[in-house]
Design a binder for this molecule. Sequence first.
Ligand code: SD4
Length: 326
Amino acid sequence: MQRRKFLEVTSLSTAGIATSTMIACQDPKSGSEVAVQKEINPIVIATWDVPNATSKAWSVLQNGGNSLDAVEQGVMIEEADVNNQSVGKGGRPDRDGQVSCDACIMDKAGNCGSVVYLQNVVHAISVARKVMEDTPHVMLAGNGAELFAYEKGFPKEDLLIDKSKKEWEAWLETKEYKPVINIENHDTIGMLAIDKNGDLSGACTTSGMAYKLKGRVGDSPIIGAGLFVDNEIGGATATGVGEEVVKTVGSFLIVELMRQGMSPQQACEEGVRRIVAKNPELDFQVGFIAINKQGLTGGYCIQPGFTYRVYSPEGHINHPSGSHIS
Ligand code: SD4
């Protein structure tokens, strides 16, 4: 079946933002291409229970904004929220007491931008978007990313808040690197959205694993690992121990599994199974969420306790994700 879109009709649904689109499908009897009207319902999904972020993204879509703006502005809410200690301002530091952030963003055309080991800038996702839109590159790291951010007008800001500093000081007493499942890696935000044109974008942003080695980069800014979007098929994003996600190129894998016909839920489960198969001791968390072009969603993780937020015309729901260990 071909999914070439060739005409958009703006018929508003009861939810206020659904549109219908004429898509080209193959007629099963004649084999010839026919035009079929299909309703597109915008949708936003995000890792963990982040209602403020998904509400923001939804309001962007509701005001006619595109999915790229929606995911960027959505995850910015968590970056600025000091109560979220896994992202942006308020993020937990590395073992030397320094906060460093990783983020990436991907649009409907497959363009992407990423920053790794970015310090002193709250909105890593917006810097990643600038890398995508204003440079010939995909990824900027460390000091280069930071200088680029200042060039683009981002303010310098200390991301370490008192609460995270005190917790780090307490951690220094043992210096044991042992991420606590669903706690120390909680709330990295990966977000996927479909807009009224049926176009998909995704964003992922984090301050990484608490008390990591200086210079450590996880999956969240790695295109294909922490995030992947293919506008023809769907998108996926990850949370949890990034090393395990990188080893299986998790988000790309999930999108490819959907391309082969799996539902988002089946693909997330298979993504988790690949990690589980290689790790007899499952003492860590990894969670995936995915969405396909039709707006179906899925989520799956290793340990219980992972949820994902969905904002669609059906409402604003926090879904418990299925888990490998129950
Ligand atoms: C990382 N995947 O840096 C991130 C951590 C995370 O919620 O997901 N935190 O490995």
